[in-house]
Design a binder for this molecule. Structure first.
Ligand code: ADP
Length: 190
């Protein structure tokens, strides 16, 4: 299985590059942010809990996310690969993912770390906020999300470096140009 973790700060282009990867490689997409937004829309118990965290720009607790992800993954049993978008975001989540995949006889193939500077991230997120309708794409929440990213999520790069899975990708430039770098990284592990 081709299991790709797409990683980077909010606004780094994970969703955009994921769409291109799905088209090119035929893998399934799991975006924990999308799953959470659908839980909120459907007013589920999980959705109600998650909304408070999301609107503050904080992470939803690991146990909730890991259980949610395990269920989504179980629904993709015959998949030829999965792109994980927005997950893992903490070391416990990364360890849980490894365990889940190992149990299914597979592992993370590569972690793509999209590098974008902070001014550009804020610019992109504010632009997106004008059309996304997302309650967390406003300046205050964006600042919390970036803070949470640098403190809690960015250290995960070291975890994947130690696993020999980390590839840094320059995430600035034309979308297709960035995708060229993404493909090089994926083709090297395929
Ligand atoms: P972005 O990468 O732009 O922040 P996402 O859609 O990936 O957008 O995430 C939106 C919000 O959903 C996060 O700020 C967080 O509150 C919550 N969330 C998404 N994925 C996770 C996760 N793996 N662990 C904890 N919280 C998450």
């Amino acid at each position: 299985m081709l299991n790709i973790v797409i990683f980077g700060a909010p606004g780094s282009g994970k969703g955009t590059e994921s769409e291109l990867i799905i088209k090119e490689y035929g893998v399934d997409h799991i975006s924990t942010g999308d799953v959470l937004r659908s839980e909120i829309k459907n007013e589920t118990e999980l959705g109600k809990i998650a909304k408070d965290y999301i609107d503050k720009g904080q992470l939803v607790p690991d146990d909730l996310i890991v259980n949610m992800l395990a269920k989504v993954l179980d629904g993709k049993k015959n998949s030829k690969g999965v792109i994980f978008d927005g997950f893992p975001r903490t070391i416990p989540q990364a360890k849980a993912l490894k365990e889940m995949l190992n149990k299914r006889g597979t592992d993370v193939s590569v972690m793509l770390d999209l590098k974008v500077d902070e001014d550009e991230l804020i610019r992109r997120l504010l632009e997106r906020g004008k059309i996304s309708g997302r309650s967390d794409d406003n300046l205050d929440t964006i600042k919390s999300r970036l803070d949470v990213y640098y403190k809690q999520t960015a250290p995960l790069a070291d975890y994947y470096i130690s696993e020999g899975k980390h590839v840094a990708i320059k995430g600035v430039g034309a979308i297709e140009e960035i995708f060229g770098r993404v493909k090089d990284a994926i083709n090297a592990v395929k």
